[in-house]
Design a protein around this ligand. Sequence first.
Ligand code: LLP
Length: 415
Amino acid sequence: MRPDLIQAALKSAQGVGTPLWLYEAEPIRQRVAQVSAFDCVRYAQKANSNTHILRLLRAMGVMVDAVSLGEIERALRAGYEPGTDRNEIVFTADIIDEATLARVVELGIPVNCGSPDMVRQVGHAKRGHPVWLRLNPGFGHGHNRKTNTGGPSSKHGIWHEEFEDSLRLVDEFGLTLVGLHMHIGSGVDYGHLHRVCDSMLDMVRRANRPLEAISAGGGLSVPYRDGEPEIDIAEYHAAWNETRREAERITGGPIRLELEPGRYLVGNAGLLVAEVRAVKQVADKHFVLIDAGFSDLARPIIYGSHHDICFVTPSGVPVAGPTHPLAVAGPLCESGDVFTQKDGGYVEFRDLPLPAVGDLAILRDTGAYGAAMSSNYNTRPLAPEVMLDGGALTLIRKRQPLEQLLDLEEGGGTL
Ligand code: LLP
């Protein structure tokens, strides 16, 4: 790891304690530049919705996707401007509740509908409201079965056979169809690329009407291990751009090509910094217990995801020496609270140099679906977030005060 990053981790730990999330602005900017060939990059903020990250992205012209009322409010707080004539915020979810429906109508935020029922609900709320249709083409992919959002086992999107019914509902309620959208999973599989593009064109033909935009969804993968290849973004864009051109030939008008990445923009730009609190021998192996758990980073326990881990001493020297088979685990009262796991939930012992109590454990590539998926399990407050930009460290979210958690349980009254 870069020495300046180690210094930033140490300084942050001294400033706000551990565990903490540390993000870097520069790699996020570089990622945005890498996808700039798309007409519109719409950040899937579920990956990391800190308002400072949203502001950073907005300053670079990146639009935003929201999946809940909370994410709409975050986007507004970050300065995104809603409105039917603007393209800044789109609401994409599989259901829309009444409170959110009222808010999107009030603000004129286009709704990307994931079911015919959702089209009907938007139609009842406001004639003429702009909608997208999110389609499940009948197949999908993902780095894990749980991140596959297409095919017959997926709850997401409008099943392709219900597309015509959904179009009829759009017309019946006088809704404005902005575009068609496909997000068939997180963790791109190139094998599906041309199939998705062909399927999009099939839908464009079946829509048989002018469209303002098509969206390729998100799903672009990032390397999580040293030497893992980067996705060829130029090739990815070329396939979608050709699809857009063909779609324009079909509809006879210009079509905007949107991309909706989450992980790609922020995944490699974050670290989880924790402290080693115990090192114990179990049979012929070691467990290194740190003060972060799956309440902080849930990806290993949910998907068996791999995150590289390194240890540094309190003076900033990477721990070196002979390696031992060791597992890195957290403080939670669950056997699955282990950061080194294989898919299927088995503890993985990695050969790493043994750290000492007081060293820092740094878990890499945790910028996406890290803090965003944290919980308060075991009554652990949410960890603080720090941003490193041009050498300066800024606290962009404070540690959640314990009182805030406990206070919610007081004075509720009877119903
Ligand atoms: N668009 C839609 C409609 C989505 O549902 C998602 C992610 C994205 C875009 C962004 O996907 P990305 O570019 O980040 O792959 N928690 C899992 C990932 C779940 C993804 C959920 N939807 C993980 O930690 O790997």
